[in-house]
Design a protein around this ligand. Structure first.
Ligand SMILES: Cc1cc2nc3c(=O)[nH]c(=O)nc-3n(C[C@H](O)[C@H](O)[C@H](O)COP(=O)(O)OP(=O)(O)OC[C@H]3O[C@@H](n4cnc5c(N)ncnc54)[C@H](O)[C@@H]3O)c2cc1C
Length: 368
């Protein structure tokens, strides 16, 4: 049996571990947890109205969203992990009609978006009673994923399959045909390494002689504990601007997220982020005092971006058993599970076509 090390236990690494064939591979996940984007994320699964022109990215994002019913079935995800409660989208009134037409076009090739509907002021407030009456666009197929709950569930199913999860920071060295995974305590020889470490991919591959096109970006969001017990059934709201509004179970409401390029790896919560997110969100609320007595915490994580804002995944170099995936940016919850699945298929020996999803690996990783 071949020994596999997955470095990074976020959404890609954890999904991948679950889909690797336990008859062929003895799998260990190494995860430091530091700056993890998956557990900090907002959870919006609704890529269809993105205006990004990158067709490969859109194909991956729409197929990533369409992959969720399979994930729900494979890992028996309940509604505390993933729920399809629809997405409300706010735009200036004059832009909303055009967006509606665009959504109807996209719906033709993507029926999994569900119903596309223009809501009146009253219908918007009925869909989510905290919102000011204002026209919006509703897409019924939009969903929300609790990143932390997803990882907890998939860690459980992975461990049931014999996967070991070790919470530690590691580095990699090459030794002949094999790789050595090194943490504080020990050196472990493995046959296959898969690096799913977000922006830290660059730091892990450079000592092996690879140049990687990846940069870190800080993201902060606010998690409110409110008394709104019907929040689980409310839709996700994509506000017009930098902040979104994501209601989960038991009154948990997220407002996020910032995109801070200069702050890079920094994980400090800031008052400036609070002001930016809260001031923006409260413009859309009927009663800004509604959260006045609610406690809140910050979530802070580090996203990974490539120069062309597109993810990549696959073999780093042919025939050396080194694989990588990163660059998921701000849509990693949407595309991450599909990427984990496709990587697993490749390593299991049943590869699928992925050229329609990404540029060649050499676009992002080159030998120095
Ligand atoms: C605030 C915020 C909001 C977001 N909202 C959304 C959203 O609404 N919808 C959406 O689709 N996406 C969203 N995203 C993006 C999404 O969360 C990420 O793209 C995705 O989670 C990245 O997954 P990953 O597995 O590549 O990396 P990560 O989840 O970052 O996991 C990588 C792991 O590798 C570990 N690691 C790194 N180096 C080492 C090492 N040397 N040794 C051991 N472990 C190591 C890290 O600690 C981390 O746990 C958001 C991100 C942020 C930060």
């Amino acid at each position: 049996m071949k020994k596999v090390a997955i470095i990074g236990g976020g959404i890609i690494g954890m999904t991948l571990a679950n889909y690797l064939d336990p008859e062929q591979f003895q799998v260990t996940i190494y995860d430091s947890g530091i700056g993890q984007a998956t557990k900090a994320s907002a959870g919006i699964i609704s890529p269809w109205l993105s205006k990004r022109r990158n067709k490969k990215w859109y194909q991956l994002a729409k197929d990533g969203a369409a992959f969720f019913p399979q994930l729900v079935a494979d890992f028996q995800l309940d509604s505390t992990v993933y729920q399809q409660t629809g997405t409300l989208i706010f735009r200036k009134e004059e832009e909303l009609e055009a967006l509606y037409d665009f959504a109807k076009q996209r719906h033709i090739e993507t029926p999994e978006m569900g119903d596309v509907q223009l809501l009146s002021e009253a219908e918007t407030t009925a869909a989510l009673p905290l919102l000011k009456p204002r026209k919006s666009l509703k897409i019924s197929g939009g969903g929300k994923l609790d990143g932390q709950a997803y990882l907890t569930r998939l860690a459980q199913t992975a461990e049931e399959k014999g996967v070991r999860i070790i919470h530690t920071n590691v580095r990699i060295e090459r030794s002949g045909e094999q790789f050595i995974v090194i943490d504080n305590q020990q050196h472990t020889s493995v046959d296959i390494v898969i690096v799913t470490a977000g922006p830290a991919l660059k730091n892990l591959l450079e000592p092996l002689g690879y140049q990687v096109d990846i940069r870190p970006q800080k993201g902060q969001l606010l998690e409110f504990e409110t008394s709104h017990q019907s929040s689980h059934s409310w839709p996700v709201v994509m506000l017009d601007g930098e902040a979104d509004f994501i209601p989960f179970e038991n009154g948990k409401i997220l407002i996020g997220a910032t995109h801070e390029n200069e702050a890079k790896w920094d994980l400090t919560p800031t008052a400036a982020a609070f002001d930016q997110l809260w001031n923006h969100a409260q413009e859309f609320l009927i009663d800004p005092n509604t959260f006045k007595n609610s406690s809140y915490t910050f979530r802070v994580g580090t996203r990974a971006y490539t120069s062309d804002f597109a993810p990549f995944f696959g073999e780093v170099e042919s025939k050396i058993n080194l694989f990588a995936a990163s660059g998921l940016g701000s849509s990693g919850l949407t595309v991450g599970p599909l990427i984990g699945y496709l990587l697993a298929q490749q390593i299991n020996g049943t590869p699928q076509q992925t050229e329609h999803y990404q540029k060649p690996m050499t676009t992002y990783i080159q030998k120095m």
